[in-house]
Design a protein around this ligand. Structure first.
Ligand code: DX5
Ligand code: ZN
Length: 217
């Protein structure tokens, strides 16, 4: 599977609906970054934004990426607002299994996110329970950062573990994905590449997305 999920973090916040409409024809999964100013040094969208997106774009898969301390406090607010996929940071709680199950019990896809320097070992006990793993390839908090090259090796290692253990979770790669590296990201084993500034950063977002798709192979 090779899918590109635009991340609205880099979209114009005052033209959000228009920005999403512009890429909707080529978008199945829309990535929504939730930041709390504690786990990461930035603040973004509350559940009412997700509710609004759900209402306007009922057929998009809303991929809600929580970058927050105590994700258990707010994850259900986003599920209630219409999130389809919810991921939270392995670094933010010791109760991975408990919260993965809570998301799955609500009929949603559950994912664990890992910061660039967090070892895959932390993830391994949870692999039987995840629907997807989100590997960050920048230090989370901001769009437009440079891809951390060691990320490619990490994607390959995770894809290797998946194969060895005969698991079927998806691998999402988030941060610094652009046309110069998107093919490598997919070749390393990613299924979904998140693209923020390389879609919404400058120029026409739909042509940016189409060019990325073409390059991705
Ligand atoms: C990073 C966020 C990303 C962000 C990626 O903290 O989790 O989803 O939108 O932006 P780009 O693609 O510009 O690195
Ligand atoms: Zn993200």
């Amino acid at each position: 599977m090779r899918k590109i999920a635009p991340s609205i973090l880099s979209a114009d916040p005052l033209r959000l609906k228009e920005e999403i409409e512009n890429v909707a024809s080529e978008t199945e999964i829309l990535h929504v970054d939730i930041m709390d100013g504690h786990f990461v040094p930035n603040l973004t969208f509350g559940p009412h934004f997700v509710k609004g997106m759900r209402k306007e774009f009922p057929s998009l898969t809303l991929d809600v990426h929580l970058m927050v301390d105590r994700p258990e406090v707010i994850m259900e607010w986003y599920i209630d607002s219409g999130a389809d996929w919810v991921s939270f940071p392995v670094e933010a709680t010791p109760h991975h299994n408990r919260y993965l199950m809570r998301i799955k019990e609500r009929g949603k896809k559950a994912g664990l996110a890992l910061n660039p320097t967090t070892s895959l070992c932390l993830l391994e006990p949870s692999l039987p329970y995840v629907d997807f793993v989100l590997l960050l390839t920048v230090n989370p908090g901001f769009g437009g950062q440079r891809f951390i090259d060691e990320g490619l090796q990490k994607i390959e290692s995770l894809a290797g573990i998946r194969k060895e253990e005969e698991k079927s979770f998806l691998i999402e790669v988030d941060g610094g994905v652009r046309k110069e590296n998107i093919k490598q990201v997919f070749d390393a084993g990613a299924d979904i590449a998140i693209a923020g500034s390389s879609v919404f950063g400058s120029g026409d977002s739909l042509s940016n997305l189409l060019k990325l798709k073409e390059t991705a192979g």
